[in-house]
Design a protein around this ligand. Structure first.
Ligand SMILES: [Zn+2]
Length: 57
């Protein structure tokens, strides 16, 4: 299934991390553990600020 990758800035520590927009599990910040994306059954809900679309497939 097609999906996009987004670069998301963590609201707590400003770490930027790449998140898949159809993540099926919670994605946590690698630095501080803040949840950056939550699965919703379809598109994941992005909890941080999307700074860039990394790649559209
Ligand atoms: Zn963080």
């Amino acid at each position: 299934m097609a999906g996009n990758f987004y670069s998301v800035e963590c609201p707590d520590c400003e770490n930027e991390q790449v998140v898949f927009d159809k993540a099926s599990t919670e994605v946590a910040c690698a630095i501080c553990g803040h949840t950056l994306a939550r699965p919703t059954g379809g598109k994941a809900r992005i909890e941080g600020e999307v700074t860039e679309t990394v790649e559209a497939r």
